[in-house]
Design a protein around this ligand. Structure first.
Ligand code: DQQ
Length: 569
């Protein structure tokens, strides 16, 4: 019976027993009829393997009808171990997943101590290849190549490591344990491939550039493509063009007129990016601002818990999609008890904002296929110091979207110039700290008596005649349990003069709360583990703890059903 349940739920057996029929309608209806209840904390529509530890997304790519996501995976348990493998899942719609066998495991002297993060590049003739970091027998980080065994297999189940590995070893000035995570490669006008590898060189965080004619022989470029001072080692660099006049994505090798570039690096627990222009002659990303410094003024993909992300160009739907690792914030011993740790974010479409000063992120439209039970209303006044419950949806698996009218700027408090760190401001002014306009927003994963609650909210300020919105995710009361990281997160959102309202969307999936402020101009992801949820259903409230009334312009919410391939008990 257990084996049967595992087969139905993971789809593993569907794939391995009846000729890869992933569109099997019978199995699909089994999924769709499942109750939305799962064990406490276990997400239902976020991707993770059936069990064990997962971290970074690796090599996302579209190939012959399927999206592939590889990921850092410890097959031996639910805690990190350097001897990582590449887990592998495929999907025809980014939402319903099939979990496959591991794609790469440590076997050779050039990766015997671990197959670490890397990327996929599609070579001419639609040939995907993997560049990944191997931890070699001397504990050095080296860059390796792997190719699919059978290009006619749309699942790309088997991968062959190149016999000439490693292709790249740590250059001068880079220690063997500070050199990793090759990016997707791009081709310059000269026909040569380029790739960046993260590292630390002479105390600078660096995206180290290599060039190659044949993808096998790589030549170091002396200067990094971009770098950061006082940031520590860079992990998982990502470099790609974005269109300046459309939301469509661009191929990594695109080099037309209307584009800017994104240079991203993961360090000190966050994913920072800069926008800029790319000088292909000097091989330099020239940042629009100060570049990457790791300070609170840097742009971040997500101001909560989200790391080691990677993007890819979806050549079918012409969009760029971002994945990030969302770690747990409970303890390692909890993870051992649970038997799993780490999930992937909902894939997010990324594009340049109209101001061209930042990126905007929005959950891929496919997630809307999982929506059930629409509840909505419009133009509702929410008096100061009041709240109401949103009913009619399953509050632990919910997609909730609302917008608030902005008041007259005269009504708003001035932002003190000393308040330059949004996370500190959210921590000192949490959800129960009343202001003039705000805090207002959502209480999610809340117990009925509100003893446990996660607050995602806005607080409005002005800087001269311009609105500055503080967006917060306050986990301080998310659980009565101890041993959980309940850090509060915050971000500033610069509003445009024309803005008349501010929107908030939260995707709540048991222990995950992914929130998108101002149509995706700021994102905050949190993990929460309320105790009540072991036995009772969650509640969701809209609240206003400011002294002034606010007006909810629109509220739309849906229960979210389980994605096919989601893991339950
Ligand atoms: N995780 C991988 C490394 C990478 C780090 C190891 C980032 O390749 O630098 O699992 O989370």
């Amino acid at each position: 019976m257990k084996v049967f349940v595992f087969c139905v739920i993971s789809l593993y057996c569907v794939l391995h027993s009846n000729g890869n029929d992933v569109h099997d309608t019978h199995v699909a209806s089994l999924y769709h009829n499942q109750a939305v209840k799962t064990r406490q904390g276990k997400p239902s529509f976020h991707l993770r393997p059936p069990n064990n530890w997962m971290n970074d997304p690796n090599g996302p790519v579209y190939y012959k009808g399927f999206y592939h996501l590889f990921y850092q995976y410890n097959p031996k348990g639910s805690v990190f171990n350097i001897k990582m493998s590449w887990g592998h899942s495929v999907s025809h719609d980014l939402i319903n997943w099939i979990h496959l066998n591991k794609a790469l495991v440590p076997t050779e002297p050039f990766d015997i101590k671990g197959c670490w993060s890397g990327s996929v590049t599609i070579l001419p003739g639609n040939k995907p290849v993997v560049l990944y970091t191997g931890i070699n027998s001397q504990n050095q980080q080296v860059q390796n190549l792997a190719i699919p065994k059978n290009l006619s297999d749309p699942f790309l189940k088997e991968w062959v490591k190149y016999v000439g590995n490693p292709l790249i070893t740590p250059p001068k000035g880079v220690k063997g344990d500070n050199f990793r995570d090759p990016s997707t490669a791009w081709k310059g006008k000269d026909g040569n491939w380029r790739v960046v590898v993260g590292g630390l060189r002479n105390n600078l965080g660096v995206a180290i550039l290599y060039r190659s004619k044949d993808f096998v022989n790589w030549i170091l470029h002396d200067d990094p493509l971009y770098f950061g001072v006082d940031t520590g080692v860079w992990e998982c660099p990502d470099f790609y063009p974005v269109s300046t006049n459309s939301r469509s994505g661009l191929d990594n090798s695109a080099n037309g007129k209307n584009q800017k570039y994104v240079g991203k690096a993961s360090f000190r627990g966050h994913d920072y990016y800069t926008l800029g222009s790319y000088d292909p002659f000097k091989e330099k990303l020239i940042p629009d601002g100060k570049g990457l410094t790791g300070s609170s003024s840097d742009l971040r993909y997500d101001y909560g818990i989200f790391y080691a992300s990677k993007t890819f160009f979806d050549s079918v739907k012409k969009r760029r999609i971002l994945w990030g690792w969302i770690p747990e914030s409970d303890s390692s011993s909890d993870d051992v008890k649970k038997g799993w740790a780490g999930i992937q974010s909902i894939p997010r479409q990324v594009y340049l904002s109209d101001t061209r000063r930042q990126l905007v992120q929005w959950p891929v439209a496919e997630i809307e296929k999982l929506r059930l039970n629409h509840v909505s209303f419009y133009d509702k006044k929410l008096k100061g110091k009041s709240l109401f419950e949103v009913t009619g949806v399953t509050a632990s698996q919910v997609d909730i979207q609302l917008s608030f009218n902005l008041p007259k700027i005269e009504e708003v408090e001035a932002l003190d110039p000393k308040w330059d760190d949004p996370q500190t401001l959210c921590t000192t002014k949490p959800a129960n700290y009343s202001g003039r306009v705000g805090p207002f927003g959502l209480l999610v994963m809340a117990s009925q008596d509100l003893t446990e609650q996660t607050a995602v909210f806005f607080r409005l300020f002005k800087d001269n005649r311009q609105f500055v919105v503080l967006m917060c995710s306050d986990q301080s009361r998310s659980s009565v349990m101890q041993g959980i990281d309940k850090t509060t997160y915050g971000a500033f959102i610069n509003m445009d003069h024309e803005d008349e309202m501010i929107s908030l969307r939260s995707l709540v999936d048991h222990s995950v709360v992914e929130s998108f402020g101002a149509d995706g101009r700021a994102c905050i992801t949190a993990r929460v583990y309320p105790q009540f949820h072991e036995n009772k259903e969650a509640h969701i409230y809209v609240f206003n703890n400011g002294s002034r009334d606010v007006v909810i312009k629109t509220l739309d919410t849906w229960s979210v059903k389980m994605g096919r391939g989601a893991i339950t008990d």
